[in-house]
Design a protein around this ligand. Structure first.
Ligand code: HEM
Length: 554
């Protein structure tokens, strides 16, 4: 008893001394370390939670960057300071530090800052944080949400094999056919333009992922996919920022508990993609299932789940992103008829005037201005798969602490790159040299100007393609070759055949759409109106040929 009376206080004193020593050592070592990147004022405990808007947070980040952001000196330890020129002090801030409960965020506001970390040190910045909301939806095995490790690398390999540049070249006939179907749907005018664009985005990835060919008219698989997917994208909240993401324990609480709304919506989402998909034609799913069977693995094997998740990812990551990109393209054409005219002059030179044929992939090199429109669409309003609302998927730091001058970044400080802010970096004189005229960046309203990429001898600014459309480093979009070729052929075909006009109001005046993005799992332009008409008689004749070709295939 007496011994216990002595040992307990001794033990408590020992523990307290250890804790005190640890605290002193940490304070000392942190004293020597550089500070965190600059940060706007925050609340105690909840940090910036109250100040990060759920709608278009990227605009707030831009505003904060101007006031609080620090220069991109993350590369300090990789390169000598003189790589930064004298404009550095006048630049908008490249790097911001934000804190919300359970998560610390480094916002990289420029392509250089993003490349410095996510590309040059991608070995360290390729992890992902946990996304409980997607676990609940049954997407825990889907590549975008996988932690960096063996499973991720195996997934990545599967994607690269099926969606690599050479493999995608083999899908060109199917992509051209889908672009033709898109044309006919516009000419028939039976459906809303967004439904037509969504169907194109879906048809291609469903064919590649699951081997299902979508019919032009009602298709039960498509109808289920479209309805359920629309529900999901509009009900799951901002990725990585729902209450359930920030406080994972909420998923275990009953539905009436505040904050569990997202979890309940997610629970009600079934992984319908896997059930609905047919596997009749050669596809990603069929190819990998055959491989599993050859290895003697049956349907309850863990690898089977991984393959189903990968095929589901092709659909989820690929369909909306193409749909949104096409919608942004039409919006740009409505707002900038001068770009349309210039592209059509180029198309007429290559395809004949009157038109002799539709464009195909072999024409891409001969159509520089069409290519500029494609690249400017990516830059102007950035869309990301799975709707990061211009925030790319969070990259997470893997090792213990990063002490690169002048900022300290520790483990669990989650990296978030901002696609929407990459355009802004192009205003920096230090990046691309001085420009004529003043160009003010105002978020996503920045000027749509495809000529910026043309050489100065042709009246352009000679800018390189904007960085970051498909992400950075080891998590860069594996579907980028497919996405880019899908978008290119659809855009080139539409420009060849159609003129895209502003709709008129009741008094006959042009309706000029406003540019804005929806927030949710998918970043999509706000609804806008436009008129799509055949451009001339030769376009009409080509459409009649396409119709006959498609009818013969039915
Ligand atoms: C215009 C269309 C598309 C755009 C703009 C786009 C863009 C992106 C971006 C920005 C990321 C995040 C990269 C990062 O974390 O650094 C990403 C990831 C991803 N994308 Fe795409 N993407 C598109 C189409 C597609 C398509 C068609 C597919 C599949 C067929 C696809 C599959 C994926 C996957 C699986 C990931 C996750 C990669 C990982 O976590 O390692 N994407 N995409």
């Amino acid at each position: 008893m007496a011994l216990e009376a002595v040992t307990l206080p001794l033990f408590i004193t020992f523990i307290c001394t250890l804790a005190l020593l640890k605290f002193i050592i940490q304070r000392r070592s942190h004293g020597k370390l550089p500070p965190l990147p600059p940060s706007p004022p925050a609340d105690p405990i909840i940090g910036h939670l109250r100040y990060i808007p759920t709608e278009n947070p990227e605009l707030k980040f831009t505003e904060w960057s101007k006031t609080y952001g620090g220069p991109n000196l993350l590369a300090y330890s990789l390169a000598p300071l003189d790589i930064f020129d004298t404009h550095i002090h006048t630049c908008l801030g490249d790097v911001l530090y934000l804190k919300v409960p359970n998560r610390q965020i480094i916002v990289l506001n420029s392509a250089e800052a993003a490349a410095d970390l996510l590309e040059k040190r991608s070995g360290n910045y390729s992890d992902r944080p946990e996304f409980p909301i997607f676990d609940l939806m049954g997407w825990g095995n889907a590549m975008p949400f996988l932690r960096y490790g063996k499973k991720f690398q195996e997934n990545r390999q599967m994607f690269q094999e099926y969606l690599g540049n050479t493999k995608v070249a083999g899908y060109s006939d199917m992509q051209i056919l889908q672009a033709k179907q898109l044309v006919i749907e516009f000419v028939e005018g039976k459906k809303d333009k967004e439904d037509i664009l969504q169907k194109l985005g879906t048809a291609i990835v469903v064919r590649i992922g699951f081997g299902h060919d979508m019919f032009r008219e009602a298709d039960p698989v498509y109808d289920t996919l479209a309805t359920k997917h629309k529900y999901t994208i509009s009900h799951c909240g901002p990725v990585g920022a729902t209450p359930v993401d920030l406080f994972p324990f909420l998923r275990f609480f009953p539905s009436w508990f505040p904050g569990t709304l997202y979890a309940n919506r997610a629970r009600s989402f079934v992984s319908f993609v896997r059930k609905e998909a047919g596997t009749a034609k050669s596809s990603f799913l069929q190819h990998h299932m055959n491989l599993l069977q050859q290895e003697g693995k049956d349907e309850i094997h863990e690898d089977f789940e991984i393959i189903k998740a990968a095929a589901g990812t092709i659909f989820a990551a690929g369909s909306d992103s193409l749909w949104s990109t096409l919608s942004v393209f039409l919006l740009a054409m409505v707002l900038h008829p001068e770009c349309q005219v210039k592209a059509q002059e180029e198309l007429d030179r290559v395809l004949g005037n009157p038109l002799q044929r539709l464009p195909d992939f072999g024409d891409r090199q001969s159509l520089p201005f069409v290519n500029c429109i494609v690249q400017e669409t990516y830059r102007w309003v950035a869309v990301t798969p799975l709707g990061m609302n211009s925030l790319q998927l969070l990259h997470q730091w893997t090792s213990n602490s990063e002490t690169s001058q002048p900022y300290l970044i520790e483990r669990q400080r989650t990296m978030s790159t901002m696609a929407c802010l990459f355009p802004r970096v192009q205003l920096y004189p230090r990046t691309f040299g001085p420009y004529p005229g003043t160009r003010e960046y105002t978020g996503m309203l920045s000027t749509f100007n495809p000529s910026r990429y043309l050489p100065t001898s042709e009246g352009g600014y000679g800018e390189p393609w904007a960085a970051g459309t498909f992400g950075y480093g080891r998590r860069k979009c594996p579907g980028r070759f497919l996405a880019d070729s899908n978008f290119w052929i659809a855009a080139a075909t539409m420009l060849t055949l159609f003129s895209i006009h502003r709709a008129k109001d009741s008094s006959g005046k042009d309706i000029i759409p406003e540019v804005g993005l929806k927030t949710g799992l998918s970043s999509h332009p706000n609804p806008y109106e436009c008129e799509i008409k055949l451009r001339n008689d030769s376009a009409r004749a080509l459409v009649a040929e396409i119709k006959a070709e498609l009818l013969a295939m039915d």
